[in-house]
Design a protein. Structure first.
Length: 385
């Protein structure tokens, strides 16, 4: 749902201009320095980019799902590092509080997440609990008015720069699986909380990811999200369900950008005395990219509208994430092909996108986990007919 098209369309327009004029020219610098420079972080904060999904009463833009995915498709038409910088605040790093936080927890953290003063991070994955996230071993043991957390999280986006973490930990060791898991807010500076060195990654330079350690980390009971034990995994699933639609949109922006770059290249370069764009085999690759981008966009918008309408989109969210992330990988591969040898050379940027977008098929549910989820729900629907 778009609340006011007269406000939203000019907003999208100015976002597009900001991405093209301010972010795209700095892509190579971000990749070389492996960080988003402070002046751009401040500029993104001034644009309100950290608060897109956070309710207006807490200083955000309170975007509907449809608005959020449309903004995401614009914002992500540049290096993934830029939107990753704001992305935990507009997604997994704030959404647990938005969905299930108590009024006090929301009032305490959401305004600072919306302004970008604090960077949020979502810590679910562990060395032995990846796809099988309910196998997590981090413990949270009640001690008077506190909980004491122990354990290790791995692959946590923005952990090296985060000011606050949403942490999934087991409060009931008797209950294996989802039932014994609770969600906590843990601010940086809490004694016993540590973060590792950023990993060296295949791509997404400028988006720091590291381990997070809890060694007798004492957290007030008031930081238990929602105030009730055993609800953490449900909260995590709420976060991920919305995020899957959002992430699908964030896979579509890079695909649009890569196709734009490839179109420019093939309409300028000549071989055999004619433009590459005139070869029908080249046109086929362009058409396949364009078709898949349109299919993803339509699927995402329909799912976003259904979610705004209050419908259960659990299966559709998985379909969006699965299709859009795989689509983006195929588009990246074709675009490298369209650039020929230049597609393999760093100066042309397309190889960076190729490496950056590979992650989309791995995190927030691998493609295989989404296939299983989609099939399971398809069988369930068939059984209930
Ligand atoms: C750069 C990066 C950033 C990340 N950011 C975050 C973050 O901010 N917060 C967070 O909590 N996590 C984050 N993750 C973790 C990410 O969500 C996990 O890596 C992902 O869920 C997969 O888990 P795994 O790596 O342990 O792989 P595994 O679960 O070990 O999977 C390995 C392979 O086996 C397949 N597989 C596993 N189970 C099945 C099955 N039942 N059937 C068929 N195939 C299966 C998988 O599809 C995959 O191909 C991030 C990861 C990376 C790399």
């Amino acid at each position: 749902m778009i609340r006011d098209p007269d406000v939203f369309q000019p907003f999208l327009h100015s976002l597009r201009r900001f991405v093209r004029e301010r972010l795209v020219p700095r892509e190579a610098e971000v990749a070389a320095q492996d960080r988003v420079p402070e002046d751009l972080v401040n500029a993104m904060a001034a644009q309100g980019m950290f608060g897109y999904s956070i309710p207006e009463e807490y200083g955000g833009a309170g975007m509907t799902t449809e608005e959020l995915v449309l903004a995401a498709m614009e914002l992500s038409q540049c290096s993934v590092a830029f939107r990753a910088r704001v992305g935990t605040n507009t997604g997994i790093g704030s959404e647990a509080l938005v969905a299930d936080g108590t009024p006090e927890q929301k009032a305490r953290y959401l305004p600072r997440l919306a302004s970008g003063e604090l960077t949020g991070s979502f810590a679910l994955t562990e060395p032995d609990a990846g796809s099988d996230a309910t196998a997590l071993k981090t413990t949270a043991v009640r001690d008077g008015d506190d909980y004491i957390l122990n354990g290790t999280k791995c692959f946590i986006t923005n952990a090296p720069i985060a000011g606050v973490f949403t942490v999934m930990a087991r409060t009931d060791p008797e209950k294996s699986g989802a039932g014994g898991i609770s969600a906590f807010i843990v601010p940086r500076g809490t004694p016993g909380l540590g973060t590792g060195q950023p990993y060296q990654k295949m791509g997404q330079a400028g988006s720091p990811v590291s381990e997070v350690y809890f060694n007798d980390c004492r957290v007030p009971a008031a930081n238990l999200i929602g105030g009730e034990e055993g609800q953490g995994f449900k909260t995590a699933m709420k976060v991920l369900n919305k995020q899957r639609i959002h992430l699908a949109a964030l896979c579509t922006g890079p695909a649009i950008r890569m196709l734009d770059d490839a179109v420019r290249f093939v309409t300028e370069r000549k071989q055999f005395g004619q433009l590459l764009a005139d070869f029908q085999l080249v046109q086929a690759m362009i058409a396949d990219c364009q078709t898949e981008i349109h299919a993803a966009r339509a699927l995402i918008l329909e799912t976003a509208r259904k979610r705004d309408d209050g419908q259960d989109v659990t299966m559709e969210a998985s379909i969006c994430k699965y299709f859009a992330s795989e689509m983006c990988g195929r588009v990246a591969d074709r675009c490298v092909q369209l650039f020929g040898g230049y597609g393999y050379i760093a100066d042309y940027g397309i190889e960076r996108f190729y490496r950056d977008v590979r992650l989309f098929r791995l995190y927030e549910g691998t493609s295989q986990i989404h296939q299983l989820n989609i099939a399971r729900r398809t069988f369930a629907q068939a059984g209930s007919r």
